[in-house]
Design a protein around this ligand. Structure first.
Ligand code: DX5
Ligand code: ZN
Length: 218
């Protein structure tokens, strides 16, 4: 069963504590950090991660969509991040970024935009605790998934298995109850879902259904 990581990007920030509590049946909490430079949107910083840390015991899965991510890794770790993921396209020295994240005691991840090949990671894969494969162009919640992501997940999974690594594949963007099975079939271990969880009528049910990742009958 996949790890389910609801993205608080689709939560009501006026009542963030209650919103996080409403998804406490999930495995992780996904936090989308955007700087208005790497992506055309601005969201939150370490202060909000620190606030989230106070209201949940679940691992905080922090997705940095920012330029010069190395500058902020320690700040997010100090705020309580358990997983810190940087974009391959945003780091000039990915090997260094991953080592830096691990040196703080956090788990290290690399995110790939839809146009970036999984082959970019050939020489750093063993430094990755997870690879976050974007299934939309990063910046906003509620977008439709890009179908071309599926062969990429398959190729990446084959490479990880071939090397015998424990690296997790996380998918982010457009994941819903009815398509979760497709990502799991392709080889994903962890599914991020923002609108698919927070905009559903029953969040607990939505999390359970994404985790079950059932192929629809017929
Ligand atoms: C997009 C973010 C996602 C976003 C997913 O840039 O990285 O985590 O919250 O939202 P949904 O699940 O609504 O596509
Ligand atoms: Zn994200």
């Amino acid at each position: 069963m996949p790890i389910v990581s609801p993205s608080i990007l689709s939560a009501d920030f006026a009542q963030l504590g209650a919103e996080i509590a409403s998804v406490s049946s999930a495995d992780w909490i996904h936090v989308d950090v955007m700087d208005g430079r790497f992506v055309p949107n601005i969201t939150i910083g370490p202060l909000v991660v620190k606030a989230a840390r106070r209201v949940t015991g679940l691992p905080l899965d922090v997705h940095l969509m920012i330029v010069e991510p190395d500058k902020y890794v320690q700040d997010f770790r100090d705020a309580g991040a358990d997983w810190i993921t940087v974009h391959a396209e945003a780091s000039d020295h990915l090997d260094r970024s991953l080592q830096l994240i691990r040196s703080t005691g956090a788990k290290a991840g690399v995110a790939l935009n839809p146009h970036t090949s999984e082959r970019e990671l050939d020489y750093v894969l063993e430094l990755c605790d997870q690879v976050l494969v974007m299934s939309v162009n990063p910046g906003f919640g509620g977008q439709s998934l890009i179908e071309r992501v599926f062969p990429k997940i398959e190729r990446l999974r084959a490479r990880i298995d071939q090397l015998g690594l424990g690296t997790l594949i996380q998918v982010d963007g457009g994941v819903k109850v009815d398509n979760a099975w497709r990502f799991v079939d392709a080889g994903a271990h962890a599914l991020v879902s923002g609108s698919g969880v927070f905009r559903s009528d029953d969040r607990v049910k939505a999390i359970a259904a994404i985790r079950a990742a059932e192929r629809p009958a017929g």
